[in-house]
Every structure is written in C-alpha cells, then in structure tokens.
Design a protein around this ligand. Structure first.
Ligand code: PBG
Length: 312
C-alpha cells in the first residue's frame, strides 16, 4: 500500500555523478575528505564511467585538475587540457550511452583559486571573465560535451556562453546553469578534490550568493532562463530545499540540485562511525531533494545509490 500511494520515487534516472579527472597520474588518488571518491586517471575514469553506465546512471559531470595553473586558467580551454582529453576519450568509448556534462569554471585552473580573472587590485573582473568562459565552452564543445555547466556565478555568463556556442555552430550543446549557487561552507572537501586554495584566505562571497537570501536566488534563476539556460541548478541542496521548491513554482524547465561535497562528507562520517544507517540516510536525503522539486540530483552517492535501488 505504501508503494501504491508514495508521492515521490527516486530512480537511477534522477542521478548525475560528479567525477574528478587529474592530469599526470596513472593511479586513482583517493580524496581523504570524500571517502569513496577519487581523483581519476584517464584510465580509471573510463572504467568508472563504464560502471556507471552499466548501472544505468544517465549522466556524469566532469571536473578537471590540471598540472599547470596560471593567472588566467588557460588549461581550461587548451584543446589538450585534461577535461577535453577526457571528453574525447569518453565519447569514443561510450557514444551516446551517457550524457557528458562538464563543469565550466576557472577556479580549478587558476593559481589564485578564483572563478574568474583577478585585476591588479585583487577584484574579480566579471566582464573580462566572460570572454574566457566562452573559450572554455567552445573547447568543451569541440571535445564532445553534451551539456556545459557554468559554475562561476559571473553575471551574464549564460548569454556569453550561448552566443559563443551558437557562433561556433554548436547549437545542440545545452547549458545547465549553476544559477542559485550559494557561498557555502559545504564546498570544503571539493576544494581538496580539485586542489584549490583561494589566495590570501579569500572567499567567493563577492560572486556567490549570501545564504541569508532567498528572493535573490529566484532572480538569478529568472535571469539565467532569460539568457538561454536549458536547465537551472540550486546548490547546495539540503540546506536550500526551500529554494528548490520555490524555483519549481517559478520555472518549467528542468531543475537540478547539487548534493555537494560537504553534505556527502557529513553523511559518510556519521555512517562510518555507525551513528546513522548510511544507505537509509542516503535514500531519504536524495528523495527529499526530489520531493522538493528537483528533476535531477548531482551526488557523489550516485553509484552506491544506483546499486541500492537496483537491489530493491
Ligand atoms: C566551482 C565549483 C565548486 C563546486 C562545484 N563547482 C566549488 C566552489 O564554488 O568553491 C562545489 C561542489 C561540491 O562541493 O561538491 N568550479
């Protein structure tokens, strides 16, 4: 009876697996603050995506960790940059079996750790950054990405990327906009995962959103839809379910929510201590995100939850 009347059912079709690929390694490197998650070599990435595809996970989100970082983050748009190399390889391995999404940002590639260009007074230069995001979008498209996901929270980024993709004749490449992305303490383990330290102990509060604000998030979402986003994201997820629910009432395009690194790490830490039942908590948390109105969930739990769902 409970199955019959359940309002929300989490399925493998709702999941997007975030994956890290690191240049210059030949063995996967475990990430201590994200138990069970690794920085992949190209070969271990290929095996992991094969495994996810076999489990029925429909999409991945790729993050790159380059060997060389510089002021502009130029490895982000180098055709031989790690994400471009990985995308070409995965496309060759898998054809259209898995949706290939790539995070589009500069912070993994800049030596100062900010998501955009920094001027001589230490300010992030919004408009100069847009030109670089356009370059990254074209490089990822050339390498075979299906969906680019701008996460830098620069104003006007969706329009700049849409224009660049259309001019490059990549009209079919979609945009998943990290629209309502908060300046969150829950990104801590991710920054270990991509070896990012923000210069001078700085933060991203100048471009990411203040977690005291909800209406502002809706405004960001509306702007991104108007600029041409195909899907919008709320991030993090669990502390922002009210934003997911309000977004659901506002827009009819697909909504993604990102269950971020810190949210995953907390759940894992408690489960490893035997303080909570990890599988049960994972299903409950992800189902709640869907119940709030998300159509898809980015989560480091993707493969294990896919296994749990398949066994039921
Ligand atoms: C920026 C980016 C971040 C995450 C995804 N894209 C980090 C940040 O804004 O500092 C965080 C993801 C997570 O914590 O799981 N490129």
């Amino acid at each position: 009876m409970r199955r019959l009347v359940a309002e929300t059912n989490l399925t493998v079709d709702d999941l997007i697996a975030p994956l890290f690929v690191r240049e210059g390694i030949d063995q996967p490197q475990p990430i201590l603050s994200l138990p069970g998650v690794s920085q992949h070599s190209i070969d271990s990435l290929r095996r992991e995506v094969e495994r996810l595809a076999a489990l029925g996970v429909p999409a991945i989100m790729l993050f790159g960790v380059p060997v060389e970082k510089d002021g502009e983050g130029s490895q982000a748009w180098n055709p031989e940059g790690i994400v471009q190399v990985a995308l070409r390889q995965l496309r060759e391995d898998l054809g259209d079996d898995v949706v290939l999404m790539a995070d589009l940002c500069l912070d993994e590639y800049t030596d100062h750790g900010h998501c955009g260009l920094v001027d001589d007074r230490g300010r992030v230069d919004n408009d100069a950054t847009l030109n670089l995001y356009a370059e990254v979008a074209c490089a990822q498209a050339e390498a075979g990405v299906d969906v680019v996901a701008p996460s830098g929270m620069m104003d006007g980024q969706v329009m700049a990327i849409r224009d660049a993709l259309d001019e490059g004749d990549w009209t079919e490449v979609g945009i998943l906009a990290y629209s309502a992305k908060y300046a969150s303490a829950f990104y801590g383990p991710f920054r270990d995962a991509v070896d990012v330290t923000i210069v001078g102990g700085g933060d991203r509060a100048g471009y990411q959103q203040d977690w005291r604000n909800g209406r502002e998030a809706l405004d960001e979402i509306r702007l991104d839809v108007a600029e041409g986003a195909d899907m919008v994201m709320v991030k993090p997820a669990v502390a922002y379910l009210d934003i997911v629910a309000r977004a659901r009432m506002e827009v009819d395009i697909p909504i993604a929510a990102y269950h971020v690194s810190g949210e995953y790490a907390m759940l894992k830490a408690a489960a490893q201590n035997g303080w909570i039942d990890g599988d049960a908590a994972a299903l409950e948390v992800l189902t709640s995100i869907k119940r709030a109105g998300a159509d898809m969930i980015l989560t480091y739990l993707a493969s294990e939850v896919a296994e749990v769902l398949a066994a039921r």
